[in-house]
Write a protein that binds this ligand. Structure first.
Ligand code: XMP
Length: 516
């Protein structure tokens, strides 16, 4: 008998906090499945979702603001355990006729909270502990039936609970690492209060997903475009486990891949995974289209569109394909109410959106419930090697957006060789695994140099190494000078056509990670 991994789950109602996704990740680390949904989901939706408990996230608003997000009142009648975090606690109190006011002093940062009353929420924890606060409002008067279970110097009601009903609230953020015992508090909520058991394990996820894929696909076939990246690889391997040779994988060489990349992907799929992969080499087709194109967005559009044409051509040749598999992850699925920031629209990112409708295929997205770190855990469980699971992100338009200006075979050759040196040295020293991305960029300028007694007039390579959590913001990495010097030396000595190497010391914002 397989376990139904969705039989116990928590619902996180998102009131716009930048930490909402963190709450979900902490809960899932406890092996409890949870989903994030906007705060205004209907009561019918919530009833149908059947959560074991509900967490109300924090948020930037004040409960008295015009248009401030409110709690669907009927939620309180379901008698399901509720934990309100920061704004979530204030809106819980406000909905039950408590009084929330501006705190005399905005509280931001570390605070010491002191437990005042025995409570399931703090079971097994010390009486005093550090917690992370970030709020301007606070509860002035508790709603009827509530008691204070912890306080801090600035927050007389740092944690509250109802004396009879399963309602809890914390003014601080248990989901952030600055609240060291935060996970224990969430564990107490999930296990002691909501009575979850922790059924969400990767093993049970694999088992139940494989069953789902089998019954969904039946005797039909699935097509999956793979890139060698984490998401598409894990998607393919998982589906392959479910339906074997009825999965058709295709890898398109778009002419702007890194040195040895195509050969490596083909070999890993064939030899390691024993997955039958079709290698479609369309280098010339893409390079022809990119000829004389210098505008970055134009390059992206051409590569994205051409990919779709190539993929369609290929799919047409195989009969009986009903499904298209995609490695969509949970962060792309969440209808978050928090601000995404303007960066999402600065560059149009290439994906295969639009394909399924056009080709009349049904979509299959086995990773759509997972965060990136869960995908890596899943990959590990499926036996995929770390080299792939911890590979740095590589953009769909590839080296085309790292060759500033026109893309030519000569320029591609120079960049491939230089980039290979960067990656090799970063891996050799272990830095590759510590940073978000590390790569070379070919600049469209020539500078003067001297080699032997000869004057040279050659290309410049920029090295870009950044650390980041999600690519939205990034910092340049303070690499050791020795390493930088060694990389520069190797590039200048070994790559014909380069006589100068520079290091990019700009952060995002205001720069971006890629140069185009
Ligand atoms: P930027 O340059 O916008 O990059 O700071 C943020 C992250 O996104 C990647 N990136 C892309 N990925 N298609 C992709 O699939 C694109 O067109 C694209 N542009 C940037 C970039 O490598 C970094 O990880």
């Amino acid at each position: 008998m397989s376990v139904d991994i969705h039989q116990e789950k928590l619902l996180i109602l998102d009131f716009g906090s930048q930490y909402t996704q963190l709450i979900a990740r902490r809960v899932r680390e406890l092996k409890v499945y949870c989903e994030i949904h906007p705060f205004n989901r209907s009561i019918d939706f919530i009833k149908k979702f059947k959560p074991q408990g509900i967490i109300l996230s924090g948020g930037p608003a004040s409960v008295y603001d015009e248009g401030a997000p409110t709690l669907v009142r009927e939620v309180l009648d379901l008698n399901i355990p509720i934990l309100g975090i920061c704004y979530g606690m204030q809106i819980l109190a406000h909905s039950l006729d408590g009084v929330v006011t501006k705190a005399p002093k905005r509280e931001y940062g570390r605070a010491l909270i002191k437990v005042k009353k025995e409570s399931l929420l703090f079971r097994g924890l010390e009486q005093e502990q550090p917690a992370w606060m970030s709020h301007g409002d606070r509860i002035e008067k508790l709603p009827d039936g509530f008691i204070t279970i912890a306080y801090s110097n600035n927050s007389p009601h740092a944690a509250i609970q109802h004396s009879k009903r399963p309602f809890y609230g914390v003014q601080f953020h248990p989901e952030v690492i600055h609240t060291p015992k935060g996970s224990d508090i969430l564990r107490n909520f999930a296990f002691l209060i909501c009575k979850c058991r922790g059924l969400w394990t990767m093993k049970s996820f694999i088992e139940s997903t494989i069953n789902e894929i089998r019954s969904l696909v039946n005797n039909n076939q699935v097509i999956c475009a793979v890139s060698g990246g984490v998401d598409s690889t894990v998607t393919a391997v998982l589906i392959h486990h479910a339906i074997n040779e009825r999965l058709k994988c295709v890898f398109v060489n778009n002419g702007v891949l890194r040195k040895g990349e195509a050969e490596k992907v083909v070999s890993v799929f064939k030899n390691n995974f024993k997955i039958n992969l079709s290698y479609v080499n369309e280098e010339m087709r893409f390079l022809e289209k990119l000829k004389n194109v210098t505008d970055p967005e134009e390059k992206r559009k051409i590569i994205g569109n051409e990919f779709i044409y190539v993929f369609e051509d290929y799919a047409r040749k195989i009969s009986g394909i009903d499904f298209l598999a995609q490695g969509t992850l949970y962060p792309d699925v969440i209808e978050s109410v928090s601000f995404k920031g303007p960066s999402a629209t600065i560059k149009s990112h290439h994906n295969v959106g639009g394909l399924p409708e056009k080709m009349n295929l049904k979509l299959i997205e086995p990773l759509r419930e997972l965060f990136k770190d869960e995908v890596r855990e899943l990959g590990k469980e499926l036996g995929i090697e770390n080299e792939i699971l911890w590979r740095q992100p590589f953009p769909g338009p590839g080296l085309a957006i790292r060759i500033l200006g026109g893309v030519t075979p000569e320029r591609l050759h120079i960049l491939r060789e230089a980039d290979d040196i960067v990656v090799t040295e970063m891996k050799k020293t272990g830095w590759y695994w510590k940073v978000w991305q590390s790569f070379a960029v070919l600049l469209p300028v020539k500078t003067v140099g001297v080699m032997g007694d000869e004057r040279t007039y050659e290309n410049v390579i920029a090295i870009r190494v950044v650390e980041s959590k999600d690519g939205m913001t990034a910092d340049w990495v303070n690499l050791p000078y020795d390493l930088l010097g060694h990389i520069a030396n190797r590039i200048i000595n070994e790559v014909t056509g380069v006589n100068r190497v520079v290091y990019d010391v700009s952060s995002k914002p205001p720069s971006t990670i890629e140069w185009e």
